[in-house]
Design a protein around this ligand. Structure first.
Ligand code: FAD
Length: 484
């Protein structure tokens, strides 16, 4: 079926404004948050009901047309990058909160509902949805499920997968699956976990039942400044070793702190090599006790300055800087490339030194802002796409950071997914047998490979061509990178 035939077919059940095919209408959809990669889709569809989504899928399945799902398009790994000969399926108009049950503490929502909108709707019951990506004002819950998104508070409250109970998913054949349930365990394979983080490759999420969490009585944050990033890394390990699970524990290096301070005026120490934000929440007495212990640990770990938020306004101001780190990068550089690797916390300082060395080698600045408690790094490589060759250099630099994460015993993604961006690094992270398992799972859901083709799981051929098969810890694959 050619594009015009498909448009005609789709318009038999969708209003004409819900089927876009003119070049200028398609342009806003040609990339997600990873703007370095762009592709115009053949057609964009904007259904409003699950039934319309099912009909679109049936047509695409029958005619073997690729389908790429899109929520809010804030993804940072190119997961929603369109397919040139495919349909870009926007779920943005399925945005109803279908049910909110304050007694069961759950909400049943459509996939296009914004993450923050769930917490806003639950607020008057004293409840909220805990996973809080920094993009929460815009990103959709369907995208959160597809990426298994995290956020500042996931150290204590878990990732998306720990905060959802049920999914309604459409297969590529347009069949509805009900996955998960209200109980703690279910018979059969754990399809809920499998679907979470599957990056739109196994099915289209059309409904999500999320858990709601009671708002803590009190929250307070400690802002500690260090003259050496290693000391800050050790402070993170020391807090966890003391048996404390902070509500959030985030770190920023000097270049980030400076960029953020110019933009947000959060009151950060500009001479510090690193800044650590460590939050406690819960009952007032618990918070007071934990904050005192955190203060002591920061002092023992060598902090040069420690401040504790005195009221809610100050707590939000301390966090505002961290939450604005990505836009702050956009102010100091024409382009930035956000990496997302995770490492064991004990290797934080070593990996950060490695990134510093790579930054000097490539002549590109790198801002480090990260979920320190989870060991989830977000190096932001600053570059200028208009300078010939600089994007390629940036990609190489980023790839080396991810290789270093693997060598350090970590993974190439913490929360942003693999998408198109990290597909080659999957060849290093996994062995052939493991990749074959992934392909078998994909084939069980989508034997024609129509859902989000070319993303997340590389073909073995690609890996062979890329020349980077599985890297073992400590293997001398990249001897120039730090050893662990
Ligand atoms: C400034 C900024 C800060 C960010 N901070 C964080 C952070 O703190 N933590 C974090 O985890 N992420 C963060 N992100 C990344 C991004 O916001 C998340 O990955 C988010 O979950 C993507 O949601 P989305 O609705 O924009 O999805 P999209 O970008 O539209 O899509 C993401 C993936 O999900 C698939 N998908 C979307 N909807 C569906 C559906 N209904 N069914 C099946 N597949 C679907 C797409 O095909 C794609 O593969 C940040 C991004 C930005 C721009």
């Amino acid at each position: 079926m050619n594009s015009l035939e498909l448009v005609t077919r789709l318009r038999t059940f969708l209003p004409s404004e819900a089927v876009l095919h003119e070049k200028e209408d398609l342009r806003p959809y040609e990339c997600d948050g990873l703007s370095a990669y762009r592709q115009t889709p053949m057609i964009v569809v904007l259904p409003q009901t699950e039934d319309e989504v099912a009909q679109i899928l049936r047509i695409c399945h029958a005619s073997k047309i690729p389908v790429v799902a899109r929520g809010a398009g804030t993804g940072l790994s190119g997961g929603a990058l369109p397919h040139a000969e495919g349909v870009l399926l926007s779920l943005a108009k399925l945005k109803c909160i279908l049910e909110l049950d304050p007694v069961a503490r759950t909400a049943r929502v459509q996939p296009g509902v914004r993450n923050l909108a769930i917490s806003e709707a639950a607020a008057h019951h004293g409840l909220y949805y805990a996973p809080d990506p920094s993009s929460q004002i815009a990103c959709s819950i369907g995208g959160n499920v597809a990426e298994n998104s995290g956020g500042v508070h996931c150290l204590k409250y878990g990732l998306t997968v720990h905060n959802i109970l049920k999914l309604r998913v459409l297969t590529i054949e347009g069949e509805a699956l009900e996955i998960g349930g209200g109980g703690l365990d279910a018979a059969g394979y754990d399809l809920l976990a499998l679907m979470t983080g599957s990056e739109g490759m196994l099915g289209i999420v059309t409904e999500v039942t999320v858990k709601l969490t009671p708002r803590p009585e009190k929250a307070q944050v400690v802002l500690a400044a260090f003259d050496d990033i290693r000391k800050a890394g050790d402070a993170v390990a020391n807090v966890i070793a003391a048996g404390i699970i902070p509500a959030g524990m985030e770190m920023m290096d000097k270049i980030t702190t400076r960029a953020v301070e110019e933009y947000i005026h959060a009151g950060y120490n500009l001479d510090a090599a690193a800044i650590l934000l460590c939050e406690s929440d819960g009952a007032a007495e618990e918070v007071a006790e934990e904050i005192q212990r955190v203060n002591e640990i920061m002092m023992q770990s060598g902090a040069i300055e420690i401040r504790t938020s005195r009221d809610e306004a100050e707590r939000l101001r301390f966090w505002a800087g961290r939450k604005a780190a990505f836009p702050a990068a956009g102010r100091v550089s024409p382009d930035y490339y956000c990496m997302d690797g995770t490492i064991p916390r004990k290797n934080l300082a070593l990996v950060l030194s490695g990134i510093e060395a790579l930054s000097a080698e490539y002549g590109l600045r790198c801002m480090n802002v990260f979920h320190a408690g989870d060991g989830n790094l977000h190096p932001l490589i600053l570059y200028d796409a208009n300078r010939p060759g600089e994007l390629e250099l940036t990609e190489e630099f980023g790839a080396k950071i991810l290789q270093m994460c693997i060598q350090a015993g970590g993974t190439i993604t913490g929360e942003h997914g693999v998408g198109i961006e990290k597909i080659n690094q999957m060849c290093s992270q996994f062995k052939t047998g493991e990749l074959e398992m992934f392909h078998a799972v994909k084939a069980a859901f989508d034997s024609d490979g129509l859902l989000n083709p070319g993303k997340a799981v590389p073909t073995l051929r690609r890996c062979a061509e890329h020349g980077a098969m599985h890297v073992h810890r400590g293997e001398e694959k990249f001897p120039e990178l730090p050893r662990f």
